[in-house]
Structures are given as C-alpha cells and as structure tokens.
Design a protein around this ligand. Structure first.
Ligand code: GTP
Ligand code: MG
Length: 197
C-alpha cells in the first residue's frame, strides 16, 4: 500500500468540539509510552505527523487526522500515567471515556499493548470497560522489534490464554513494530475493510 494522504485537523479536550462526525473514525489508545503516536506515524509513513516522545504523557489531547479525505485517525492520550496528579489523571480519563462513549462515528478502537509485558491490570480493566460499553476494539501489540520471533509468539500466547479465561472469544490481534513498519499493511487492510462494510 502506498503512502496515505494525512493531514492534522484539530486537537480537542472535549468530544463535543471534535470535527463533524461525517467520516468513519479509528482511534488509538493504550498506556502512556506504549507507542500510539509512533504507530500512527508508521501507518501513514509521515514521521512527524503525531508527536512522539521518550517521556510518557506526551499526547494530552484528542488529535484528529484526516486520511485520504475518507476517514479520521485519532491519537489519544495514554491512560494509567502515574506521574501526573490524581486530579489531572481523572480529568484525562473523563475526557477519553466521554469521547469513546459518545463519538458516534467511532468505528473501531485499537488498544495498544507493549508486547514485552505480561497482562497488566490497567489494560485488562480498560478493555473490560470497552466490552461493558460495547465499544468495538482490536488489540495491537507494539514494539515487536524488541523481542525475538520466539519471544513474540510466547508473549502473544500468554496474553491470549489470559483473555480466554475471561472472555469467550478474542478480539482481533495485530503484532506491530513502528520502528520496522511491521503490521502496518494488516492494520490498514482491516481499516479499509471496515470502511467498506
Ligand atoms: P504518550 O503520548 O505519552 O501516551 O505515548 P505514546 O503511546 O504516543 O508513545 P510514543 O509513540 O510517543 O512512543 C514512546 C516511545 O517508544 C518513543 O521513545 C518511541 O520511539 C518508542 N517506540 C514506539 N514504538 C516503537 C517500536 O515499535 N519499537 C521501538 N523499538 N520503540 C518504539
Ligand atoms: Mg502519544
């Protein structure tokens, strides 16, 4: 797939002021520093489109990008970020949840998980809330370049077993590396399919 035409539209703190809900929308969420902004840049092949940082807590707003004049891609702040005040964290969480629950054109959410970690309570709780609210989501493992293929497979197997102890079926799973552009085609194909249906 060739490079997408991507342009930044707006940053918001409130779902009510987000761009008109005229196009299908795909949002990226996960813990701070998991690689949301990097993955968005990898998907679009635009290095500086979404701001990335080694310091967690870089993305603090709901950022809309228009892709190919056909769909919105949304970069969200991370959840579970310990280094900000409790009050600020609650504010962020409310902003994110209000957006997720009320955004009528949100077609699918991509929940990013660092492939090197065992299942973490904060991610499991987040995904359980998505199930509860019937918000469709896929799981995207990030930073696969940091592990061997064998370790990647083991890590994904552990995760799947953990989820199948809770749920009858698994969400769709993608394995990615923003650094090496792994998983890019699969995610874009999935989005293309969802736009058409
Ligand atoms: P917040 O906006 O703070 O919530 O973080 P984020 O989830 O948007 O993470 P970001 O994309 O800013 O990346 C965080 C750090 O992880 C940066 O130092 C990235 O270079 C690094 N990183 C992201 N994706 C990958 C990857 O696929 N491989 C490797 N090796 N590093 C990655
Ligand atoms: Mg970010």
């Amino acid at each position: 797939m060739s490079q997408l035409i991507a342009r930044f539209i707006t940053s918001n703190t409130d779902f009510k002021t987000c761009p008109p809900a005229r196009f299908p929308e795909f949002a990226f969420i996960g813990r701070s520093n998991v690689g949301k902004s990097s993955l968005i840049n990898s998907l679009t092949f635009h290095k500086g489109l979404a701001k990335t940082s080694q310091t967690p807590g870089k993305t603090q707003l709901i950022n809309h990008f228009m892709i190919d004049e056909k769909w919105y891609l949304v970069d969200l702040p991370g959840y579970g970020f310990a280094k900000v005040s409790k009050e600020k964290r609650r504010e962020f969480e409310k902003m994110i949840f209000d957006y997720l629950i009320h955004r009528e054109n949100l077609t699918c959410l991509f929940v990013l998980i660092d492939i090197r970690l065992k299942p973490q309570a904060v991610d499991i709780e987040f995904m359980s809330r998505m199930v509860e609210h019937e918000i469709p989501f896929h799981i995207v493992f990030t930073k696969a370049d940091k592990l061997s293929q064998k370790q990647v497979n083991e890590s994904v197997d552990v995760y799947k077993k953990f989820l199948l102890d809770m749920w009858d079926e698994l969400p769709e799973i993608f394995i990615t590396s923003a650094e090496k552009h792994v998983g890019r085609e699969e995610i874009l194909a999935n989005i293309a399919e969802l736009i058409q249906t």
